[in-house]
Design a protein around this ligand. Structure first.
Ligand SMILES: [Cu+2]
Length: 437
């Protein structure tokens, strides 16, 4: 039996789990509020959305005298994965994807998770941030024998606190995490906060040499494919919200080497929780960028207030590019006319790239080696968006299409879009242009 998200958060199940956690006759203890109350008039619902990803369906739910147990099955193995149109890699993941599907549960719930190893080497799973009995912690050699290829292990524990956590191997971590083996765990409180939009985004970085299809697990720098939920822009699915919605974004990072300062345009948010637990209200403060160190989760919340298409991206500029090569000569400002003329004789139409900046290269039509997305950009409503990698868009609208379809590009009101200044503008404001300007 598979349980839909709706059933998982269905009233009867929530009530049942809550009842399990109470001693008979004891009055329910109100949960400490971890977020300010929502604006009035909004329905109290919570619905996790994983852009470009999925939520792991339970295999079964059984009830014993110990309470209800939810059963899951994760299979670690080789996968084929599209990072963006034009770049398909052979790598490793869970249940056919990287990152693996999100495990979603309710605080107090017991889970039994079977892990089948179809990799060519041994693995384990560690439940990062979840407090489990020591023998369930998933550290090869220390808390359990490694899961040999072809074997299936059983993990069983209780999600004893709400929050955003992760799962990943703790055996040959350097290789297995680099290749994409990771997933998010979302544990909802028994009394869910009212929130209109609840998103999960897993950040990762890979090095895939241009024209190849294997991730280089030895890379310590020069990562050239940066992803949210396994996709590089323009393949990242946008996030949507209506004006007035409370929005929660759960960010996780298991990149091998880098921290990511994730920046949101148009809004300020507060970090309300980490994988260590909720941030006390007194310690919260407004930010527009949150550093998500590797090996952590950061959960931010805000109220969508300004209509538009707002970037949400890593602010490390090389992390918002696709297969940016770094072993290239610096040609900025170089006069390449002579070079182009000479090379044009042997390579018709040759043009040296990069002497007027890199943005010119962001085209979806630039000739590419097979299986490469060097400098791939996205088509925007005003031309090419010369970004890639860890970049997505938050689309805020007064009202979203009722049928759940994508809202399309934002239609900005007249006179609110930057445009070329007219001679009348310049004269009115006394702007004198530099010669040649
Ligand atoms: Cu980054």
């Amino acid at each position: 039996m598979t349980l839909s998200r709706r059933k998982l958060l269905g009233g009867s199940l929530v009530a049942g789990v809550a009842a399990l956690g109470r001693k008979a006759g004891a009055a329910p203890t109100p949960a400490t509020p971890t977020v300010p109350p929502p604006p009035p008039g909004k329905p109290g619902r919570s619905s996790l959305v994983v852009p470009n990803g999925s939520i792991l369906a339970a295999q079964k739910r059984s009830t014993t005298r110990d309470g209800a147990t939810r059963v899951y099955h994760l299979t670690a193995g080789p996968i084929k994965h599209e990072l963006a149109p034009g770049l398909v890699i052979d790598t490793w993941g869970y249940n056919g994807t990287t990152p693996g599907p999100v495990i979603e549960a309710i605080e107090g719930e017991r889970v039994r998770i079977y892990v089948t190893n179809q990799l060519p080497e041994a693995t384990t799973i560690h439940w990062h941030g979840v407090f489990v009995p020591n023998g369930m912690d998933g550290v090869a050699g220390l808390t359990q024998p490694a899961i040999a290829p072809g074997k299936t292990f059983r993990y069983e524990f209780v999600f004893d606190r709400a929050g955003t956590f992760m799962y990943h191997p703790h055996a040959d971590e350097m290789t297995q995490i680099a290749l994409g083996m990771m997933g998010m765990i979302v544990v909802h409180p028994r009394r869910p906060d009212r929130i209109e939009r609840d998103y999960a985004l897993f950040a990762h970085e890979m090095k895939v040499a241009i024209g190849t299809r294997r991730v280089d697990p030895m890379a310590m720098n020069d990562f050239n494919v940066l992803t949210f939920n396994g996709k590089a822009f323009p393949a990242t699915a946008p996030l949507v919200a209506e004006v007035g919605d409370r929005v929660r974004i759960r960010l996780a990072n298991l990149g091998p080497m880098d921290h990511h300062p994730i920046h949101l345009h148009g809004h300020a948010f507060e970090v309300v929780a980490t994988d260590g637990g909720p941030v006390p209200t007194s310690a919260r403060h407004p930010e527009t960028t949150v550093l998500v160190p590797t090996g952590t989760t950061r959960t931010v919340e805000f109220v969508a207030s300004l209509e538009g298409d707002w970037p949400l991206h890593c602010h490390m500029t090389h992390h918002a590019m696709n297969q940016m090569g770094h072993d290239v000569a610096n040609l900025i400002g170089v006069d390449t006319t002579g070079l182009d003329a000479k090379l044009g004789r042997v390579v018709p139409g040759y043009m040296t790239m990069g002497h007027e900046g890199m943005g010119e290269m962001a085209t979806m039509r630039m000739p590419q080696p097979k299986n490469a997305i060097s400098m791939l950009g996205g088509a925007g409503p005003h031309g090419m968006i010369d970004m890639g990698g860890m970049f997505t868009i938050l689309q805020v609208r007064a009202r979203l299409p009722a049928d759940g379809t994508a809202p399309g590009w934002y239609a900005a009101p007249a006179d609110t879009v930057a445009a070329e200044a007219t001679p009348q503008d310049l004269a009115r404001d006394g702007i004198v242009l530099p010669r040649g300007g």
